[in-house]
Design a protein around this ligand. Structure first.
Ligand SMILES: [Zn+2]
Length: 317
């Protein structure tokens, strides 16, 4: 690992921190400066990526998954080939499919999805207060995919080899990118943020998220690069942080059980704002994330016998 002008470099892999201390909706990008010049997850920010593009052209853009913060500036690289995992590639061909994975169809229905597509197509659309719901970059950047990669693939860029590790749970096709010869892995949204694991799309899954964390833990590398906030971590700091990160799932379970001492419907639980806080529900996407997260916890605890399903209502067992 080398530090130069504020950037960390592992061999040909340069870590590009996102703007606003890499908080959502910005993310850490990687530049692989090799025979093939590759940009991973162009979400670091407009000015950062415009200046990067001016220095030398990028041949390939690789997205670890289809979420806004990891694809926002794909559109700047109009001469690059765009790669997304095979399970999510359809998102870049069909906005309705993207909307169904994100949860809009589940929570608000197909007409709402049509309205969303019209909003992101319009450069003048009023923005949502707390989420990138209406950002026009959705329209620009989720519109083209040239190749699909698969879990287990090893991509060769010259001197640099990159292995794709499937890590579903955060999203359906979520992928971590391991550089075995450099001892470093990009773990994107297994990001150790204080918020905790995010599985609020219709395609998210708590148990898969947990098993993916174990798969990542088992990879023999010295450093991990997170997609948000924490940045580059050595193995010990990453593994310590991973335990605290995972523990947030149990805390969410406990909060839900504490309000289910009396019977409530799924909607009534979501309206409590246990995960995001009620004041953020004015943004339709934040409420959508709250509802889907609550649904997943509740269904999982019903399966574990910790919550009883009374039909329209639920109660702690
Ligand atoms: Zn994500």
């Amino acid at each position: 690992m080398k530090k130069e002008t504020g950037h960390t470099r592992f061999g040909s892999v340069l870590v590009i921190p996102g703007e606003d201390e890499c908080r959502f909706p910005f993310c850490t990008s990687l530049l692989i400066d090799d025979d093939v010049r590759v940009l991973v997850d162009p979400g670091a920010g407009l000015s950062t990526l415009v200046s990067l593009q001016k220095k030398a052209p990028v041949d390939l853009v690789i997205n670890t998954h289809y979420h806004f913060d990891h694809i926002a500036y794909n559109y700047l690289f109009d001469r690059a080939r765009i790669l997304l995992n095979e399970q999510e590639a359809r998102c870049f061909r069909e906005k309705k499919y993207l909307a169904s994975l994100l949860g809009m169809e589940e929570v608000y229905g197909p007409e709402w999805v049509e309205g969303w597509i019209a909003r992101i197509a319009d450069t003048e659309t009023r923005q949502s207060p707390f989420s990138p719901q209406n950002r026009h970059e959705w329209w620009l950047s989720a519109s083209r995919v040239d190749e699909e990669y698969r879990w287990g693939d090893v991509l060769d860029f010259g001197k640099t080899k990159m292995q794709v590790i499937g890590a579903p749970g955060h999203s359906k096709g979520f992928s971590c990118l391991n550089f075995p010869d450099l001892g470093v892995m990009y773990v994107a949204d297994i990001d150790l943020s204080s918020f905790g694991p995010w599985y609020a799309g219709s395609d998210g899954d708590i148990d898969l998220f947990l098993s993916s964390c174990e798969a990542v833990r088992a990879v023999d590398c010295d450093h991990f690069i997170t997609g948000h906030e924490r940045g580059v971590l050595n193995r010990k700091d990453f593994l310590d942080g991973l335990d605290r990160f995972i523990a947030v799932i149990d805390e969410r379970d406990r909060k839900i059980l504490s309000v289910l001492q009396k019977p409530l419907s799924l909607t009534e639980i979501a309206e409590r704002g246990l995960i995001y806080g009620r004041k953020y529900h004015v943004d339709a996407w934040i409420y959508m994330w709250e509802f889907i997260m609550i649904r997943k916890h509740v269904q999982r605890m019903v399966g574990q016998g910790r919550i009883l399903d009374l039909g329209d209502q639920l109660i702690a067992a």
